[in-house]
Design a protein around this ligand. Sequence first.
Ligand SMILES: Cc1ncc(C[n+]2csc(CCOP(=O)(O)OP(=O)(O)O)c2C)c(N)n1
Ligand SMILES: [Mg+2]
Length: 734
Amino acid sequence: MATTKTEPKITAAVPVEPQEKYCGLTPQHLIEIYRLMYQSRKIDDREIMLKRQQKIFFQISGAGHEALLVAAGILLRPGYDWFYPYYRDRGLCLALGYTPLEMLLQAVGAADDVASGGRQMPSHWSHPKLNIVTGSSPTGTQFLQAVGCAEASRYFNHHPGAATKVEGDYRQFKDVNFHGDEVVYVSCGDGTTSQGEFWESLNSASNLKLPMLFVVEDNEYAISVPVEVNTAGGNISKLVQDFPNFHFAEVDGTDVLASYAIFKTAIEYVRGGHGPAFVHGHVIRPYSHSLSDDEKLYRPEAERKLEIERDPITRFRKFLLSEGIIDEAKLNEMALDLTDQVQDAADKAVAAPFPKPDTYMQYLYSPKLDPTSPKFETEPIRPSLPNRSAGGEKTMADLINACLKDEMKRDQRIVIFGEDVADCSREEYLREKQVKGKGGVFKLTTGLQSAFGADRVFNSPLAEASIVGRATGMATRGLKPVVEIQFFDYIWPAMHQLRNELPTIRWRSNNGFSCPAVIRVAIGGYLTGGAIYHSQCGESIFTHTPGMRVVFPSNALDANGLLRTAIRCDDPVMFLEHKRLYRETFGRAPYPGPDYMIPFGKAKVVRAGHDITVITYGALVPRALQAAQRMEREHNASVELIDLRTLNPYDWEAIANSVSKTHRVLVAHEDTLSWGYGAEIAARIAGDLFDELDAPVKRVAAKDTFVAYQPQVEDEILPQVNDVYKALVELAGY
Ligand SMILES: Cc1ncc(C[n+]2csc(CCOP(=O)(O)OP(=O)(O)O)c2C)c(N)n1
Ligand SMILES: [Mg+2]
């Protein structure tokens, strides 16, 4: 294990003794700190000029935050510690080794931009070599990911064998590095502390005593909104001080030495394994919010003047001169030198090639491991007949549980968490056999904690954003979180993470980072009394999100094989499990063995036919099957039934082949009709297969309303066998 001693990593060109009055820094260190701060400001100034010349398209500065951030940056370890910085952290990034050219390449949107290959705005830092994890624009989404990242450090430390590279699944492409005492840095502005995810992350960091350094850069404004509007009482330090296990510090973040001293203690606390630290730095924002904002509209002259007097660069310059550490001539020489360097970097950036326009689809998904490939196609192990009758047919719930168990045994990187997924959080009750254990409200994870231990299967707080955000951070580090959202109806608190983070990370970092987590979600109605908050669908919202694989099995065997593919693949997967199908007689199957996989994007022809095609998935599969059998009996019509099984990707070839044979097609699903999943399929059939059609494409789906509690009303709202049957009769007679 590395030393917990915290020393600045600047190497002095001229050895000079550290001095007590400079918090143990040498004069050479102080000059280097000034150089980094000045360089940070110069890059902002240069970007502003480039924006005015229309050579870049956005500018947001780190001006006024430099002292605090350089102080943190020189104490932390690039490529060792982990970083979730926000857009004002230019000084931190420079101190960690990000170069001015790398920053300016992002500003122009160059192909060689290390952060995003021209995909993200400037100051959206990302640098895989330095462990600076890709940041997004939404304020506050970084916090829960940082929690997951810190949890991953701890996990790999406790299970070092899990870090081993294994060929044949996502682990082949994911290098894991961990040290045991790494710090996870995460920062934001004063306004962002109003976001719920900020508070969720403090709760988990505190409760789990995680090695995290929280930094709030308080410049007293969130665009035009002053701090007292965002923060009750106007001071975030006062609000957070009762979280257990934290080290708290508040500092004038325009004062280099004070900031340095505060961070030294805070980082030693975190690296020493005592828990998280929270540093609240008071800084200034002299350049308005961004170049698109003019603070004169909401801040009077007098207030702005007072702020300028606290400018950290002017202050530190005065300090260095008054202490005789450097003279005016040397400072001016340094300024000229840095101006030239930044100018040179800007010239190179402006001349750098742009990404090729046709590369926009690259890195939505893993370029290395394709879950639609034959690698993911294996045969189930068929038990011999006597066994089969003895072992019995298993339900979807049984075979999902069996898959989780098999995969956890095979892959130590898998962790499972969510609400109520553990057998029992108070482990002594299990040990003393006082209780049997729960293992999920639908019992899908039952027995897993008992089999694999509480650090691999555990309950999360009741906070869905936490579940997905933490999973995202863990997956970024190489773990395979397979988390559960208890009901689809409660997925919405996690929407930010599910829409703006998890599926975007690989694309927005130009393949610099990835997070192939699996999100299992219990979905759907036909429950008799599930009502509006336990019965809804809504899968098209996620199939409408690029970067997210969406799976929706209709039977036990498919659920087992598809879940295994989801776990072994290298992309984020939303795995939708229909509650009504968990224990249905329909679609039971014998256990297919520990390696059974079904590739994504391969539909199943449940029933072959030549008159009409039904395209469906999930709970509509057994319903459409009944309707098809009735069509056969009563109309002698042969219906081909296609179960898509995965919704993104979906099997267009199977659809096209069938429609080209039957020339009549019905798309059926449980989710509401308008703007639903079927609309896309119907539109594509109408567009691409128009010449094949003998009748208009028909759709059957739920009414455009919510699911009601009263069973008769629920039946009316959700599509029934008879609705499918009637649509088939109409299609046959067209
Ligand atoms: C979730 C979300 N809402 C709104 C915005 C627009 N926005 C960008 S920065 C910002 C203010 C942030 O203020 P603060 O956290 O104090 O950071 P500062 O910019 O002052 O450093 C807002 C409202 C956003 N990016 N994300
Ligand atoms: Mg602010």
